[in-house]
Write a protein that binds this ligand. Sequence first.
Ligand code: DHK
Length: 151
Amino acid sequence: MAIPILVLNGPNLNRLGKREPGIYGSTTLAEIGERCTAAGARLGLSVDFRQSNHEGVLVDWIHEAADAGVRGIALNAGAYTHTSVALHDAIRAVGLPVIELHLSNVHAREEFRHHSFIAPAAAGVIAGFGPMSYILALEALAAMLQPAQDS
Ligand code: DHK
């Protein structure tokens, strides 16, 4: 049985493909979603892929995921990464493992992108690998949720 996980995208990520391609690349969010679904099938994960520009909607989806039996979350919170105590609290409130991810290397960019409200509540952080950041986050979730059976 595939393990249900949520891939959650925050503000402006619906503009991928057209948005600052020198930073975020030319791959659209729909294409990233397809790659996540395919990688999930390979990794034994069933992927629910969503995007919202609204902080409260993201909070609601985190709560609903936990209540629906989702086992982990890959989260690109976009700019809310750097501002949102509400998302930090939502992650703590549900207790699900969350991998924070970014397309760009936020630490090589403006100072205001260096701080994350998500990271202290996350299991780990992946940044700077473009669309591959999503696949690496799924690999990390799969490894956490399906520990190796070799002991
Ligand atoms: C996406 C955003 O929208 C920015 O606000 C973050 C992140 C970086 C990304 O690289 O995926 O600072």
